[in-house]
Design a protein around this ligand. Structure first.
Ligand code: ADP
Ligand code: NI
Length: 232
């Protein structure tokens, strides 16, 4: 990357950080920094345009519809990137990545993904799984007043963006409705390898969780263990 591009990256960090101050702690600037570092790691192995990848990694949650009006934010990002002197084609590429990479978009059919898109999406998804993923899920659940777990409320097979967003199930169900699915949705070989290891950790965690949850009857325990097995 050129010196100018490095300087833009540094200024973009400063631009992004305050925008995320009201998000839950799972979507704060630490999340962005982890995604940024995941993206560097993946880019070193998988290639792609490093500047576009890192800019998209930094900006990806500023357009999150859970927290912001995405059209308003898109406008602000465009204005900011123009002021930094980026070409229209670069701005469009970055916006294409960050407005389409959300998990909820998976319900809207297969889109053609270019390498930079694949890397930023994988970088974000890696932060949704493993030990950090567990912490983020409970943080999100707390932010939305969700209980941890109710043995009688089973996970659902979410089929649409609307259904996914509207789900108010206990946090543990989110592992079955999204987090455990991610390892099969990774775009890059490197991302997939890391995801498999992190998914294994979550499976062990879920088994331990059910074992410790002593307010659950035998048949429910068997049912939850059967569910976990489906993702092993
Ligand atoms: P994306 O960032 O790909 O759009 P989401 O917005 O659905 O995906 O989720 C981002 C992160 O927020 C998840 O990885 C998880 O940590 C948390 N999260 C989202 N929905 C839930 C939920 N229903 N329960 C617990 N955590 C959630
Ligand atoms: Ni994110």
């Amino acid at each position: 990357m050129s010196e100018n591009e490095n300087a833009i990256i540094e200024r973009t960090k400063v631009w992004v950080e305050p925008q995320l101050k009201d998000c839950d702690v799972g979507h704060d600037f630490w999340h962005v920094q982890r995604v940024f570092n995941n993206a560097i790691f993946l880019c070193n192995i998988e290639g792609g345009n490093r500047f576009i990848i890192l800019m998209a990694a930094l900006l990806h949650d500023v357009v999150d519809e859970k927290y912001f009006n995405p059209h308003q934010k898109e406008f602000e990002i465009k204005k900011y990137l123009t002021s930094e002197g980026l070409a229209i084609s670069q701005i469009n590429e970055i916006l294409n990545i960050i407005t389409n990479m959300s998990f909820s978009n998976e319900f809207e059919g297969n889109k053609q993904k270019f390498v930079e898109f694949k890397i930023v999406q994988d970088a974000d998804r890696l932060d949704a799984i493993g030990a950090i993923g567990i912490a983020r899920a409970f943080s999100y659940g707390n932010h939305h007043n969700r209980i941890f777990f109710d043995p009688s409320v089973l996970p659902i097979d979410v089929k649409s963006k609307n259904e996914y967003r509207k789900s108010v199930s206990p946090t543990l169900n989110h592992f079955f409705e999204k987090l455990l699915l991610l390892k099969n949705l990774m775009n890059t070989e490197t991302g997939k390898e890391i995801a498999i290891q992190r998914a294994r950790f979550m499976i062990d965690y879920l088994k331990q969780f059910i074992n410790e949850y002593n307010v659950i009857n035998k048949s429910e325990t068997v049912r939850w263990f059967d569910l976990i097995k489906m993702f092993e």
